[in-house]
Design a binder for this molecule. Structure first.
Ligand code: NDP
Length: 260
């Protein structure tokens, strides 16, 4: 029997166990998927080696890249991995977050450029995803320290943004709104940008954030991070089990998320 896990800190909130276990059951795979609460990143490699494969979540995605023996090109470019496979004593690293995001925005049409709010690991994965389909990317954040990791993209502090620029898509990758009603930046700035924007996406999936609510009220087509979560899980499952039954995996994972 194969054993997979999701590793993070905290981990109790993770929806990956129910998504993957339902898919394993529906597809009749001889495998289980657990979760592992890791405190010390120095132990990541040792723990990963105990499993056939692992999803890696906050705050270990960058460390996951560092401990890998072989990295997918996307992992090298993004600098982080969320899916590790342990095969013949070697660790193989993939990033399915960026693939999940691309699937999630498939029904957003004619996007030429995008503004990403936030400059952390997720911003970097999404910038890479957009660039891979020839969408121009700009990044805005409340502080500039993380801009050094994003030197392929124009980066701005919020009050440096040219509010006359038109962005077809605006994406919130900050944690603002995850547990409260805060916005990633001043409402005035968002309202100005929204006037010329078609689509808004938020990577947060547990609730409608103030960012998405404001975008909806300003007439934008909106989407939260649920589809991204689902699709990153589907792609990870395909890698773990070397199984291409994409539609069945998706349906099983979607069903698992609807359960109370
Ligand atoms: P990081 O810690 O790497 O980056 C967080 C970013 O948000 C930083 O740019 C930080 O700014 C900014 N930020 C944090 N709090 C605020 C705030 N109150 N106001 C404005 N800016 C803020 O996190 P990640 O990029 O790894 O993750 C970000 C989010 O993405 C998380 O909520 C995570 O759950 C979600 N996520 C969702 C996925 C999905 O499948 N739907 C997949 C992966 C992640 P500064 O640099 O100034 O600190």
């Amino acid at each position: 029997m194969k054993i997979f896990t999701v590793i993070g800190d905290p981990i109790v909130h993770s929806k990956s166990t129910r998504m993957h276990n339902n898919a394993l059951q529906v597809l009749k795979k001889d495998a289980i998927y657990t979760r592992y609460h890791l405190k010390n990143k120095a132990k990541l490699k040792e723990i990963v080696q105990k499993f056939d494969g692992a999803n890696i979540t906050i705050p270990f995605k960058e460390e996951a890249y560092k401990i890998a023996d072989f990295c997918d090109e996307s992992v090298k470019q993004i600098g982080s991995a969320n899916t590790l496979i342990n095969k013949d004593g070697k660790i193989y690293a993939y990033n399915t977050d960026y693939l999940g995001f691309l699937k999630a925005i498939e029904n957003f049409f004619s996007i030429k450029n995008a503004l990403i709010l936030g400059a952390g690991g997720t911003a970097k994965a999404l910038a890479y995803a957009l660039k891979s389909i020839n969408i121009e990317v700009a990044i805005a954040n409340r502080s500039s320290v993380r801009f050094k990791n994003l030197n392929n993209y124009p980066c701005f502090l919020y009050d440096q943004l040219d509010l006359n620029t038109q962005f077809d898509l605006i994406i919130n990758t900050t944690s603002a709104g995850l547990h409260d009603e805060s916005l990633p930046c001043e409402e005035r700035i968002l309202k100005n940008i929204f006037q010329k924007t078609k689509y808004a996406f938020d990577v947060i999936y547990s609730r409608e954030t103030s960012f998405l609510k404001l975008a909806r009220e300003n007439g934008l087509k909106i989407k939260d991070g649920m589809q991204m979560l689902l699709w990153q899980g589907v792609f990870a499952f395909e890698l773990f089990l070397e199984c291409q039954k994409t539609e069945e995996i998706y349906k099983a994972m979607e069903m698992a998320l609807k359960l109370p």
